[in-house]
Design a protein. Structure first.
Length: 318
């Protein structure tokens, strides 16, 4: 057992964990990277691949870094699991932020696989992507998607397919750098609360949250939108409260697309149409600068509307 295991440190490399095997790394697994001391590299690093596949196959580590100064891929598939007591970095970490080398990090959980980790960082300094599909599950404590100012690429998390789930306490999308989360085709994301710490979602000014497709669902506690949030094609969101800031845009469109919440504070732009519904238990507050556009087929249900100087356009909606 090693404290640090490099896969493609200065070249190319691969590890397969198959048929119930276990790869137990003492500390950090780094996939696709150069020498840890070379923090200002301008050259592309190696290509590293780690496959963990088959029932009861396991990867056990503290931290995993995929795509540090090179291309790194971690594929967890077909009933396997990755169990991290620390953090998962996809597409760079703080050490890597000064590098101009092209780096890509990709982590996939597919075929009823499982990911269990502490904190998730996607697209810190380079391009990072996490795909959770095919009835797989992931659990984390905190998640930052689009983590580095001036990141060199994209940050994407996809949760797709029936019985596919991701649970986390805190989700930050694009608050610092570009980031996108997609919940599609029956996938489910749940923001959970810890004792004394309510769950929270921030869609930052550089962030996008898309919930799309029948039975796709995003369950948030407190949701704050500085960027773009869309609910479409029959998807749904539930939250305890929501704030749409002056830079934010929310759209709820297509038949049976729904957002359910007790209170909605709107300072940005809220578009509801095409059969979309926003169901508010107590109060819709439209604050100065806020705009609510109701277009044909769009419906807002609420006990009360408080217009504090915003604009409500009823263009065929109700």
């Amino acid at each position: 057992m090693r404290e640090i295991l490099w896969v493609a440190r200065n070249g190319n490399g691969a590890i397969d964990v198959l048929d119930g095997g276990t790869l137990d790394v003492g500390n950090t697994l780094e996939i696709g990277g150069e020498d840890i001391g070379n923090i200002t590299s301008t050259s592309d690093g190696g290509e590293g691949f780690v496959l963990v596949t088959g029932a009861d196959s396991r990867l056990v580590a503290t931290d995993v870094l995929a795509g540090i100064d090179g291309m790194g891929v971690l594929d967890v598939a077909d009933g396997a699991s990755a169990e991290l007591t620390g953090d998962l970095y996809i597409g760079g970490n703080d050490r890597d932020a000064g590098n101009t080398a092209h780096s890509d990090g990709l982590v996939t959980a597919r075929g009823a696989a499982a990911l269990d980790l502490r904190d998730l960082y996607v697209g810190n300094a380079h391009e990072g992507e996490l795909r959770i599909t095919e009835a797989s599950s992931a659990e984390s404590r905190n998640a930052e998607v689009g983590y580095q100012v001036g990141g060199l690429g994209k940050a994407l998390v996809l949760v797709s397919g029936p019985d596919t789930t991701w649970m986390t306490r805190y989700l930050d999308i694009g608050e610092i750098g570009p980031g996108r989360v997609e919940v599609a085709d029956g996938g489910r994301v749940e923001i959970v609360s810890a004792p004394g710490t309510p769950g929270r979602t921030i869609v930052g000014e550089f962030g996008e949250l898309l919930v799309t497709g029948t039975f796709s669902h995003f369950q948030g506690a407190t949701v704050t939108v500085f960027g773009d949030l869309a609910v479409e094609a029959g998807a749904s969101i539930t939250s305890q409260t929501a704030s749409l800031t002056s830079t934010g845009h929310v759209s709820v469109t297509d038949p049976t697309s729904t957002w359910n919440l007790p209170r909605f504070n709107v300072t940005g732009v809220l578009d509801v149409g095409g059969g979309g519904r926003v169901v508010i238990g107590t109060l819709l507050s439209v604050e100065p600068g806020g705009v609510v556009n109701l277009t044909p087929g769009g419906t807002i249900y609420t006990l009360a509307v408080e217009n504090l100087g915003g604009t409500i356009n009823e263009n065929g909606g109700t």
